[in-house]
Ligand binder design. Structure first.
Ligand code: OGA
Ligand code: NI
Length: 365
């Protein structure tokens, strides 16, 4: 394919982002239009934004199993969730070596040739994505591998396509890290319930089997990092996200004053945020906060995480304790399955972070 077509391509010739990154770094060609964001939304990279970052409120889980010690975390967590909607956990029970190993597994996936990775391009939010042809403007500067929930995860299918003879070690690693993250996610639902004054098991009872996805994000270096994002500003629709980010940095969250704040990487910590469906479940007592990812001019960045989704057939409805005159009910009861069905409608394209409000929001006077 001619280079001009690769760079400016029509939808059938959209180049894979990792290939494009290499091409631009080699040729000094400008970033294609589809990645360029409007001037008003561009990040200000002038003050070394990668280093200018904040340590999130830290929740130490060493004493999780001791219920009276654990209760002391409740006010800290409530404070973090009210102030940021994000926090980080340490002493979470997942050894740092395992997190590093998972990071290496991620890098090894992305270092495979494009045509091999694209054997796993099964569609949106499953398998490999590296082109995003359905995004016309503000395409994300990333490639990603997504695995479905345990126990199956589609991991054997992915391994069979990447390596003809399969790869047991790879499958085991993916399952191991997912299991550990899912255990942690369940614990976090306990802490969140307690921080809201609810019975410990209010949410955790629905997570005896893990729901959700494991996703690896790879953000290649980008020669014009002020013009695009690795991930545009968004909120996560799922319940909870538990994220590991490598040391490069670039994750930013929107503070209550609307300013973007960088999240300082910490190799022992996992970053946790509340998603839209959990916000609905807890009657907006904590908010699902917007975040975005900056790209780096010279360094590739890797993150991975568990995106815990609500159980499909449980009715999501604010517990009575969270609804009163001061906090009128914000959402009608719904199931995640209904929500997913609704999202398929053509009129829901582009609803983004307003999706839950449109789907189930109650207009309170
Ligand atoms: C996401 C996300 C942040 C990151 O995948 O939803 O927000 O740092 N990722 O990769
Ligand atoms: Ni996100």
């Amino acid at each position: 394919m001619a280079q001009a077509a690769l760079l400016h391509g029509s939808s059938d010739s959209i180049i894979n982002t990792a290939d494009l990154a290499r091409l631009l770094l080699d040729t000094n060609n400008p970033l294609p239009q589809r990645f360029i964001i409007p001037e008003s939304e561009r990040p200000n990279l002038s003050d070394n934004i990668y280093r200018d970052s904040t340590t999130l409120p830290t929740i130490d889980l060493s004493n999780f199993d001791d219920s009276s010690e654990r209760l002391q975390l409740a006010p800290l967590l409530a404070q973090a969730c009210t102030q940021w909607g994000f926090f980080q956990v340490v002493n979470h029970g997942i050894p740092v070596e395992l997190l590093c190993k998972a990071k290496e597994v991620g890098f090894s996936l992305f270092s495979l040739p494009t045509e091999v990775k694209e054997r796993c391009a099964f569609g949106i939010t499953k398998g490999y994505e590296g082109r995003f042809p359905y995004v016309e403007k503000g395409a994300p500067w990333l490639e990603a591998f997504t695995f479905e929930a345990l126990p199956n995860m589609g991991v054997e299918e992915v391994a069979g396509r990447l390596w003809h003879e399969g790869n047991q070690e790879f499958c085991d690693s993916i399952r191991e890290i997912t299991n550990l993250l899912a255990d942690l996610a369940r614990k976090i639902t306990v802490l969140l319930a307690e921080s809201l004054g609810l019975e410990s098991n209010t949410f955790a009872q629905h997570f005896t089997e893990p729901k959700g996805r494991l996703r690896f994000n790879h953000y290649p270096p980008c020669p014009q990092p002020a013009l695009t994002f690795g991930a545009n500003a968004h909120t996560d629709p799922n319940m909870l996200t538990i994220l590991y980010q490598d040391e490069v940095g670039g994750l930013q969250i929107r503070g209550r004053d609307d300013k973007w704040v960088g999240v300082k990487p910490c190799k022992e910590a996992l970053v946790i945020n509340i998603g839209d469906s959990f916000q609905a479940w807890i009657n907006s007592r904590y908010l699902s906060v917007e975040h975005r990812v900056l790209v780096n001019p010279t360094r590739a960045r890797l993150s991975f995480g568990l995106f815990l989704g609500p159980p499909e057939d449980v009715v999501i409805q604010a517990p009575r304790e969270l609804v009163d005159d001061e906090h009128p009910q914000q959402y009608k009861p719904f199931t995640w399955a209904e929500y997913l069905e609704w999202r398929k409608k053509p009129e829901c394209r582009g609803v983004g972070r307003t999706a839950f409000k449109r789907f189930a929001g109650i207009d309170n006077p």
